[in-house]
Design a protein around this ligand. Structure first.
Ligand code: ATP
Length: 316
């Protein structure tokens, strides 16, 4: 195996970027494997774009080290790193008067893409835009322009693709189209570093996520973060209040505690919901309870995010 395949696709070790007195991000460390889709989440001003620009060699870090596509992030490696990566910025930056094809030819020239005609065909097909190749970019919807931008980012066949807010401003249907394309890229083994405000997007697409708010607040699989942050619970709803809930729940193995949410809703803290649920059901039946539902808790990535990001009161 060569150095590229054994080293992580991306790594940062106590990486920081300051603009004068302003700290854009501080002491950020992570490792991302080849083929991983990694979500980078955080509120406005958290430092996401600056991190992408730093890892993409457009800004020099203030301190710390990193490696990108198997190469140490140093000024000497800038050209080679840029050959191996691509950044799709938040705004597509296309020439609106030129056609899709002309735009791609132009950028293929700029990036000195070998066998450009064939590669353009491939990237157009990858983003399902072959039949729109001769349309002026200015005549395309925002969603289609975003796909052209993705095609442009794929021209150099990057090992690592940075997508900065790829669905910003897109309607749900257009956003779904971009999500499907990201899924297809993942299946081809492209490593994707995705910054997003959209937690549903991260939850759907990403193997792991990091939550940044100048410093890194957490990193892990969405389900792992949920489990770490929130106790597992079962919510039991009954038609009428239980006469003696303590007696019903107190003796069930695997239920460590319980409380009432309202007169007919009981929240049970459990070790393992799939083992506890049948035992709880049996206890309720034995107690002759009129059960309406027994549900395991569901915490979304949004719950994790809100728990970790200090949102000032009154702000959405
Ligand atoms: N070129 C620059 N000069 C000075 N300060 C900058 C520069 N670029 C970014 N910053 C500052 O660095 C901080 C992080 O900005 P950044 O754009 O990386 O955040 P972000 O998480 O991408 O935000 P958003 O979600 O709003 O795009 C902000 O305080 C921003 O004002």
């Amino acid at each position: 195996m060569d150095a590229v395949s054994t080293a992580p696709a991306l790594s940062a070790d106590r990486l920081s970027k300051h603009f004068g007195d302003r700290v854009a991000f501080q002491d950020v460390s992570f490792e991302i494997g080849y083929g991983e889709v990694f979500g980078f989440l955080g509120p406005n001003g958290a430092g996401k774009t600056t991190t992408v620009r730093t890892l993409g060699t457009l800004l020099t870090p203030t301190s710390g080290t990193a490696s990108v596509a198997g190469l140490p992030l140093t000024p000497d490696n800038g050209v080679e790193i840029r050959r191996r990566i691509s950044i799709m910025p938040e705004s597509p930056g296309l020439y609106l008067r030129l056609t899709v094809l002309e735009n791609l030819r132009c950028f293929a020239d700029l990036y000195q893409v070998p066998t450009a005609t064939k590669r353009i065909e491939q990237v157009l097909s990858a983003v399902h835009l072959t039949d729109r190749a001769h349309d002026a970019c200015g005549a395309l919807s925002k969603g289609l322009r975003q796909r052209v931008a993705l095609a442009r980012a794929l021209l150099n066949d990057p090992q690592v693709l940075f997508l900065d807010e790829p669905t910003s401003g897109l309607d749900p249907v257009a956003a779904r189209g971009v999500h499907d394309l990201i899924d297809e890229l993942r299946q081809r083994g492209v490593t994707i570093f995705l910054t997003t405000h959209r937690l549903d997007e991260a939850e759907r697409l990403c193997d792991r996520v990091a939550i940044l708010n100048t410093t890194l607040r957490t990193i892990g699989r969405p389900d792992q973060l949920r489990d770490e942050l929130f106790a597992r619970t079962l919510t039991v709803r009954t038609a009428v209040p239980l006469a003696a809930p303590d007696r019903v729940f107190g003796s069930v193995t695997g239920v460590s505690s319980w409380h009432e949410n309202d007169l007919t809703t009981y929240v049970l803290t459990v070790d393992d919901p799939t083992q506890a649920a049948p035992a709880v059901t049996r206890a309720l039946v034995q107690a002759d309870a009129d059960v309406l539902s027994i549900n395991p808790s569901h915490h979304s990535l949004e719950d994790v995010y809100l728990e970790l990001i200090d949102v000032p009161a009154g702000q959405p």
